[in-house]
Design a protein. Structure first.
Length: 209
């Protein structure tokens, strides 16, 4: 029996998923929650094998961070969302998600994905796999350093201070990054979300002694 939990903003979603999976004798619902914290508080004694996680939760928590927390509990995480853009797919898979499904009414596909991730395999459609394999826009070493610091919580002033550059220069680098993503037809609202798209920069900031 595969024990699953559902974490979704919409309290009607678990009922819909139960209906979709009503004929699957090997899958059982053990928890429902609207936040990751709510699930973690309720799971004592009966942890889920697979967690179905809504990408966007109303508490504003970072999707990749949510995946990392759930993955650390030993559960396989299957992200379900109406969004299928590359940033979300890549970030959650890199954070430890075992699969990513765009929401629809295909119960057979959902059951197959649950079984797949439960066996330790990756559940992705061919289209989403292509998105993952696409390289993000190339950034310069300077842009990577700025993105990493700013994207991991540093303010503009702190980023400038740590890199030994002016605040307007930091803004210029961030504007260049936005422009590169816009040129790739993937405009960015929150540039901090891009930090998961690139490896952490190593070595000193180019130009530093």
């Amino acid at each position: 029996m595969i024990r699953i939990a559902v974490i979704d903003n919409d309290k009607l979603v678990p009922a819909g998923l139960r209906a979709l999976l009503a004929d699957t004798a090997d899958i059982a619902f053990v928890h429902t929650a609207t936040t990751v914290g709510g699930y973690l508080a309720a799971r004592a004694g009966t942890a889920a094998d697979v967690v179905l996680l809504d990408l966007r939760l109303e508490d504003g928590s970072d999707p990749a961070a949510n995946v990392a927390v759930l993955h650390a509990t030993g559960a396989a995480v299957l992200v379900i969302s109406v969004h299928g853009d590359r940033r979300h797919v890549r970030a959650t898979i890199r954070a430890g998600a075992s699969g990513y499904l765009v929401k629809n009414d295909d119960g057979d596909k959902l059951a197959e994905a649950i079984r797949t991730v439960h066996t330790g395999q990756l559940a992705l459609t061919a289209e989403l796999m292509t998105l993952i394999n696409d390289d993000p826009p190339e950034l310069s070493p300077q842009e990577l350093h700025v993105l990493y610091l700013y994207g991991t919580g540093s303010t503009l002033a702190a980023t400038a201070r740590r890199l030994g550059i002016a605040i307007p220069t930091v803004r210029s680098y961030l504007d260049r990054i936005r422009a590169k993503w816009a040129a790739a037809d993937e405009p960015v609202d929150d540039i901090r979300s891009l930090v998961h798209e690139y490896p952490h920069p190593t070595g000193p900031f180019p130009g530093q002694a």
